[in-house]
Ligand binder design. Structure first.
Ligand code: NAD
Length: 477
């Protein structure tokens, strides 16, 4: 079977060479198409960090083993990792984080958590704008297909691998529309899996609990940003961020990697821990049904850890036996290919790792009624009553100024003089009884704003979907 590999940047080539030599020594039966992506490609003038040819190779082989890459800072380069995940529709990012006590020092010896991170949307849509002198914006996009796919994936994962509980982390006490959708889809889909326990935590206290008592969790599903942050936390508290692998799964393609980055601070010194990428390769072997090879490599890796042969990041006096470099660690894993761990639990992979979930089917469209518009205005004044007076002049028939907020907090009518205001004002125009308006009404409103020299920087329409108000109120409203 042919797969695509990329050696990446920083420690990437060292840990990829290590991983490929283990795969070859274990007779994994793989052939490799190597592509160049990352820093060199960016700096050669390709701002996407990847060539058209490389895209073709990835899409042809469908399975991609990738070492970490460096996104150059400044220069507006987009993260290639995010581009690959999104372009190939790799909606699910699975990151198992397992403690290997007593062989790797950890405060959490009984930890076995799998983080299922949504991988295509949230703030990672990367849609950002500067709108006024003082305010920049990043759009947080959460979609029903995105939520359904990832939540279903988490439950199917739990079902397939005999996990007992799926926990959802979200922040819907604040973000009622976006995180609210994630949580409500979780509630809906959890009903289809009565045999699996389900629970929800607000992400802040959930994160604190995860860092303090990870044994309380099993599978945790969360939106992209929280998953990015908390999977690093979870990996780190097992002993090192260098220990965890990650799979990025879509309907047709899949990419496997380490969760950590390219660690430029230690590159070329033969000290990097290749375990994260080895774990990524084991996840890949399970995904493509090569369970026997996956078992062989995993048991060899566990045996090596158990023998106390440790790279610098996990080496501890009194626990470890020998501090080794990347190459020596790799040789030890290869020497152990016919060994099984004695104290740590040896693995047996019965199930094919691949999880199929149905393609999202668009539901019947809801009844959508336009009842107003939020007009965002760049204004450098300070007194909300002054901007309100200008805005009152552009009211149209039954569409009147309902409120003004600044960074979400209501400042008119009846704001507090203590509230700090920037130059970015959200001015809500709507009908009093939720009467329906037209797009032409909004155009008239905007024309009038223009005639009155109001600097409109963007608008957001206010809708009822199936009669339900589908926008947030101002804080304090
Ligand atoms: P990092 O994960 O590369 O490094 C963080 C710390 O962990 C460093 O001290 C590093 O030495 C250590 N570390 C990481 N992996 C290790 C390993 N295998 N063995 C031993 N120690 C290890 O994070 P960073 O420094 O924030 O990012 C460096 C670069 O990596 C950035 O350009 C970033 O954009 C990129 N990055 C890439 C990916 C990816 O390709 N998937 C993911 C995250 C960051």
């Amino acid at each position: 079977m042919r797969i695509t590999v990329a050696k990446g940047d920083g420690i990437g080539p060292e840990i990829m060479n290590a991983t490929l030599s283990i795969l070859n020594a274990a007779n994994a039966g793989l052939e490799y198409d190597e592509i160049r992506i990352g820093e060199k490609e960016y700096l050669s003038g390709n701002t996407s960090g990847i060539s058209k040819e490389s895209w073709k190779t990835i899409r042809k082989n469908k399975i991609f083993l990738k070492a970490p890459i460096t996104t150059p800072q400044g220069g507006g380069y987009k993260s290639l990792n995010v581009s690959i995940r999104k372009s190939l529709g790799l909606f699910s990012n699975v990151r198992p984080c397992l403690s290997l006590a007593p062989f790797i020092e950890t405060k959490h010896p009984v930890m076995d958590v799998v983080i299922v991170r949504e991988n295509e949307e949230d703030l990672y849509a990367g849609i950002e704008h500067q709108q006024t002198d003082e305010v920049v914006q990043c759009l947080k996009l959460i979609s029903r297909p995105g939520c359904e796919k990832i939540v279903r994936y988490a439950f199917e994962y739990a079902k397939k691998f005999n996990r007992k509980k799926v926990t959802c982390f979200s922040k819907d006490n604040i973000m009622k529309q976006t995180d609210g959708l994630f949580h409500s889809v979780f509630k809906e889909i959890s009903k289809e899996y009565p045999e699996i326990e389900n629970e929800h935590w607000i992400v802040d206290i959930g994160a604190a609990k995860l860092a303090d008592s990870p044994e309380a969790f099993d599978v945790i599903v969360m939106p992209n940003l929280y998953g990015d942050i908390l999977s690093d936390v979870a990996a780190q508290i097992t002993g090192s961020v260098g220990l965890a692998g990650s799979s990025n799964i879509g309907h047709t393609c899949a990419m496997f990697e380490a969760i950590h980055g390219s660690a430029p601070d230690i590159k070329g010194n033969d000290i990097a821990n290749p375990s994260g990428l080895i774990q990524g390769a084991v996840l890949m072997l399970k995904h493509i049904g090569k369970n026997k090879v996956a078992e062989k490599i995993q048991n060899a890796w566990l045996s090596t850890i158990e023998q106390g042969i440790h790279t610098r990041d996990i080496y501890k006096e009194g626990i470890s036996k020998k501090c080794v470099g990347t190459k020596e660690f790799t040789d030890a894993v290869i020497n152990n290919l016919n060994s099984e761990p004695k104290t740590l639990k040896k693995v047996e992979f019965q199930e094919k790792g691949r999880i199929e979930i149905p393609i999202f089917k668009r539901k019947k469209e809801k009844k959508k009624e336009l009842i107003g518009v939020d007009i965002f205005v760049h204004w450098s004044g300070e007194n909300p009553d002054e901007i309100a007076a200008s805005l009152k002049k552009i009211e149209q028939n039954n569409i009147t100024l309902d409120m003004i907020t600044n960074r979400g907090i209501k400042v008119w009518p009846n704001g507090f003089e203590e509230t700090f205001c920037t130059d970015h004002w959200r001015c809500r125009f709507k009908t009093t009884n939720n009467d329906v308006i037209t797009k032409q009404d909004i155009i008239n409103l905007l024309s009038s704003a223009n005639e009155n020299s109001l600097d409109v920087i963007k608008t957001e329409n206010l809708y009822l979907f199936d009669g339900k108000q589908s926008f947030s109120l101002g804080q304090g409203q």
